[in-house]
Design a protein around this ligand. Structure first.
Ligand SMILES: [Zn+2]
Length: 498
């Protein structure tokens, strides 16, 4: 986090006014990284899966969220300190002070638990009062006056469900079909104390996969049937066993560990996506939510979790079987017919939904943590090369003899070819390499005396600090192959002896 703040990835928002918990800014590097994660996500879901992307408002009128159940169910059980008056999320206090998960308990059960386990105010040690509900949506009004109540959307999904009629027409009868939306979501957390992990405003990327419940198959399931996934099943969690079951996607369906083929397919796709971000497979697991933990719309939910040093296992994706809950509720509240007529099957279908819902901010944090590497003297961010915010650093070895001019020329030519290149001539070359390592620049090109003589330059690899010398004319194509991983540094140019 120190590095992330100092080097311009992320930092707390509103800092000069003391900050507000649950809000983070993305700095110059963090913003590029975030956009690259989103781009990678689009490669998976929009290009790979062929899903349609839409973009709808983040302010939603109350009737939408009444229908979706959020006005009634998007609530946190809260508790107030009798002494100092500070309010807390009950389940968080219980987890912090007892290690137990009481999510989903009734208010009475929570009160009993708190009394029995002597959970106290973490600020002053005071006794806690009665438990009450707090709706976690940010409320506002549309236009002047206070009649038209609205909320900032708690999920992007509702924008998709509301558009279902138009979208299914666009899909021209194809089932299953998917629609995605990427954008801000809001949750007015009570007392977020986990930094970038618990945000009040966050970016999410959600996919709603609509399918016929009598036909829950994915056309490409055979491609992933043998892929292994590690499951922490609810029946084990309920019994207090942190036991992982490793199965293939096919076994997960056959043994009925997951509700259907589509769910198994998207568990695998999620694992692949997280691996593409540079998160090691052994730091990824899928935890099934217990009935008490599940959202009101879900009959089965799997959380993809990533192991981190700072926060332990962090939920980064939720995969929910939303059944026909949303469409049937919107049909009921809007009085619109949201069924599809399947001409081939000669029947009407109210689609069911599998929803892979990704946070973008949390995976970004997990990526940074997993990329952070120290080996003796050096510390560097071992980000996936194609995801590094800056792809190439261009340095003059010395600030004289025409080297800066030549380096600038190389830098500009790389930019014109679409590279995210950065020119740096500040301080010693050693310090410039150290900074480049810290922000994860995979390759640094240095212009030295020899460049001026024979038109070659050195490329230095972030992970090994090894260098090779290549002709400037070949630099763009070599860098392109290195960044996308087609070749390794040892396979190009002449090695430079230190
Ligand atoms: Zn207190």
């Amino acid at each position: 986090m120190e590095l992330a703040k100092r080097r311009g990835f992320i930092w707390p928002s509103f800092e000069i006014y003391g900050g507000v918990g649950g809000f983070y800014d993305f700095g110059p590097l963090g913003t590029i990284l975030k956009n690259k994660i989103i781009q990678k996500w689009r490669e998976f879901y929009v290009i790979g899966e062929g899903f349609f992307e839409i973009d709808s408002p983040s302010v939603m009128p109350e009737e939408v969220l009444k229908a979706s159940g959020h006005v009634d169910h998007f609530v946190d059980a809260m508790v107030e300190c009798k002494k100092c008056g500070t309010a807390f999320r009950t389940a968080d206090l219980a987890r912090e002070q007892t290690g137990k998960d009481i999510e989903g308990m009734s208010k009475e059960e929570m009160e009993q638990f708190i009394g029995k386990n002597r959970v106290r105010c973490p600020d002053c040690g005071g006794e806690l009062g009665k438990i009450f509900d707090f709706n976690a949506m940010f409320r506002t009004t549309i236009g002047p006056g206070s009649k038209r109540v609205a909320y900032l959307r708690p999920e992007t999904a509702q924008g998709i469900f509301i558009d279902f009629k138009r979208l299914q027409r666009y899909a021209r009868g194809k089932l299953p079909f998917g629609v995605v939306q990427i954008g801000k979501g809001y949750r007015n957390e009570i007392s977020p104390r986990q930094g970038v992990i618990r945000l009040r405003e966050f970016t999410m990327a959600e996919a709603e996969v609509f399918f016929d419940p009598e036909d829950p198959h994915h056309p490409k399931f055979s491609n992933c049937a043998d892929e292994k996934i590690r499951l922490w099943r609810a029946e084990d969690e309920v019994e207090g066993r942190e036991k992982l079951t490793e199965v293939t996607a096919e076994q997960a369906v056959k043994k009925k560990f997951v509700c259907n083929e589509l769910m198994a397919y998207y568990l695998v796709l999620t694992k692949k996506f997280l691996c593409e971000l540079g998160i090691p497979e052994n730091a990824i697991r899928f935890r099934e939510q217990t009935p008490g933990q599940r959202a009101h719309y879900s009959s089965e939910t799997w959380d993809a979790e990533v192991d981190t040093a700072r926060f332990g296992w962090v939920e980064v994706t939720g995969l929910a079987y939303r059944t026909d809950y949303d469409l049937s509720r919107h049909a009921e509240f809007s009085k619109e017919d949201l069924t599809i007529f399947r001409a081939d099957k000669k029947r009407k279908v109210l689609c069911h939904v599998i929803e892979p819902s990704y946070g973008i901010d949390r995976p970004l944090y997990c990526m940074l943590e997993h990329a952070y590497t120290t080996d003796g003297k050096r510390k560097y961010l071992r980000l996936k090369k194609e995801l590094a915010p800056i792809e190439v650093g261009v340095f003059p070895h010395l600030n004289r003899d025409g080297m800066p001019e030549k380096a600038l020329e190389v830098h500009r030519s790389l930019k014109s070819k679409g590279f995210m290149s950065e020119y740096d001539d500040a301080g010693s070359i050693g310090r410039r390499y150290a900074r480049a390592d810290e922000i994860g620049i995979p390759y640094c090109v240095t212009i030295d005396h020899q460049t001026l003589k024979d038109g070659t330059a050195t490329i230095r690899d972030r992970d090994t600090a090894a260098q090779v010398r290549v002709a400037l004319a070949e630099l763009p194509s070599i860098l392109r192959s290195l960044i996308c991983g087609e070749v390794q540094l040892g396979e190009v140019g002449e090695p430079v002896k230190k």
